[in-house]
Write a protein that binds this ligand. Sequence first.
Ligand SMILES: *[C@@H]1O[C@H](CO)[C@@H](O)[C@H](O)[C@H]1NC(C)=O
Ligand SMILES: *[C@@H]1O[C@H](CO)[C@@H](O)[C@H](O)[C@H]1NC(C)=O
Ligand SMILES: *[C@@H]1O[C@H](CO)[C@@H](O)[C@H](O)[C@H]1NC(C)=O
Ligand SMILES: *[C@@H]1O[C@H](CO)[C@@H](O)[C@H](O)[C@H]1NC(C)=O
Ligand SMILES: *[C@@H]1O[C@H](CO)[C@@H](O)[C@H](O)[C@H]1NC(C)=O
Ligand SMILES: *[C@@H]1O[C@H](CO)[C@@H](O)[C@H](O)[C@H]1NC(C)=O
Ligand SMILES: *[C@@H]1O[C@H](CO)[C@@H](O)[C@H](O)[C@H]1NC(C)=O
Ligand SMILES: *[C@@H]1O[C@H](CO)[C@@H](O)[C@H](O)[C@H]1NC(C)=O
Ligand SMILES: *[C@@H]1O[C@H](CO)[C@@H](O)[C@H](O)[C@H]1NC(C)=O
Ligand SMILES: *[C@@H]1O[C@H](CO)[C@@H](O)[C@H](O)[C@H]1NC(C)=O
Length: 303
Amino acid sequence: MLLPTRLVLLAALFEGVLAGKAIKDCVFNGTMATMEDNCTRITGSLTFTGSDDIKVLYSKLAYVEEINGCVQVVGSGYIRLDFFARLRSVVCGNSSYTVDFAVANNSALERLGMPVLKVNRLGLTGNPKLCITSEEATRYTNVQRGSADNFTLCQGRAGVLKECNSTQNGFNGGLADGCELITGNLYIDGQNNANISNKLQFVKEVYGRVYIRATTLNNLTIPLLEKVYASESTTSTLLDPTILVDNNNNFTSLDVPKINFMAKNDYSFVTNDDSYVMNQDLCNRLSPFGKVMSNETVCGNCN
Ligand SMILES: *[C@@H]1O[C@H](CO)[C@@H](O)[C@H](O)[C@H]1NC(C)=O
Ligand SMILES: *[C@@H]1O[C@H](CO)[C@@H](O)[C@H](O)[C@H]1NC(C)=O
Ligand SMILES: *[C@@H]1O[C@H](CO)[C@@H](O)[C@H](O)[C@H]1NC(C)=O
Ligand SMILES: *[C@@H]1O[C@H](CO)[C@@H](O)[C@H](O)[C@H]1NC(C)=O
Ligand SMILES: *[C@@H]1O[C@H](CO)[C@@H](O)[C@H](O)[C@H]1NC(C)=O
Ligand SMILES: *[C@@H]1O[C@H](CO)[C@@H](O)[C@H](O)[C@H]1NC(C)=O
Ligand SMILES: *[C@@H]1O[C@H](CO)[C@@H](O)[C@H](O)[C@H]1NC(C)=O
Ligand SMILES: *[C@@H]1O[C@H](CO)[C@@H](O)[C@H](O)[C@H]1NC(C)=O
Ligand SMILES: *[C@@H]1O[C@H](CO)[C@@H](O)[C@H](O)[C@H]1NC(C)=O
Ligand SMILES: *[C@@H]1O[C@H](CO)[C@@H](O)[C@H](O)[C@H]1NC(C)=O
């Protein structure tokens, strides 16, 4: 029987995954330039005034999950705060700040770009282009803003990128046309994916993980995909691989030629599909972010 074997293998695999991902504690001492890269927890209060290049912030902060300190983004020209796309909590605890996380007077800011952040007091004042989705409106329960502040509720094309949900077991990932950012996991499931290449042709970012399961696809290319954040709203010990390819009969290859950022997981890619042929390019691209495993073998000499 194939199925029980597969389940045993997966169980064994997930125990491996349980070993957990690296935690890196850092102290912010006032200068971003001297901050280490790839910190997951920061102690110290952070103030951004726009003087830090967004690329630098991205390389310093994109793995941060927790900040033990207060955060202020004031007077910047940032369009999104997606260098905090994995940020889960901010605890300020300094009574001289009126909010834990202040976002004020950012003339270009269109979207917050922090899909899993929960914070006690969020300040949103003087950001004329900012819009908030209904999901954000329910997640940020305590928003402080001035009477003149008038941000709009947005859905669909929300700011620079068209944002979409993907649904489990949906046709073609449950996706609309023209999606660029998937706000949760990307699910490519089941047998109704005749148009999946069309649906995925503009996708650049996924805030969750990527699942390709029980499809009849032979191969898949996500030509513009750059970032798979696998953002977690809670600390979890049981982590799926960042990309999971499972239970497909005929699937031979996945191509993500533009990938440049993924969560750091024990496993960045896992498949047990017999049809899958690991290729060196995928191995090289994904290995910096976790082991790349096919048929229980970690590819190449990487990681
Ligand atoms: C912050 O840390 C860096 C590197 O450790 C050090 O060079 C710098 O002097 C520190 N700055 C302050 C204000 O402590
Ligand atoms: C609280 O914030 C103020 C203003 O930034 C600072 O001067 C003070 O040292 C902070 N207090 C603590 C306990 O960190
Ligand atoms: C935002 O700008 C207004 C008007 O210039 C100013 O009164 C206010 O203090 C600024 N807010 C912050 C947090 O700097
Ligand atoms: C506030 O937003 C509403 C709805 O988007 C818009 O009709 C209105 O003109 C805005 N008011 C101001 C002062 O910007
Ligand atoms: C995504 O799904 C959630 C929950 O079903 C819903 O609240 C939200 O409006 C959807 N977002 C988009 C962009 O469709
Ligand atoms: C597939 O996608 C293309 C482009 O988005 C669209 O024109 C076409 O109608 C779609 N076909 C089906 C069957 O949905
Ligand atoms: C990829 O899959 C499609 C349809 O499933 C097929 O037509 C095409 O030949 C495949 N390409 C490769 C390189 O296997
Ligand atoms: C999948 O592969 C099987 C043989 O392993 C073949 O019979 C079947 O036609 C293939 N299905 C598709 C959709 O390519
Ligand atoms: C998977 O690994 C086993 C054991 O190493 C090997 O016998 C088998 O041929 C491999 N299957 C594929 C599809 O590579
Ligand atoms: C940060 O993470 C990236 C991606 O895994 C890696 O290439 C880089 O070496 C890391 N930098 C440090 C200082 O750990």
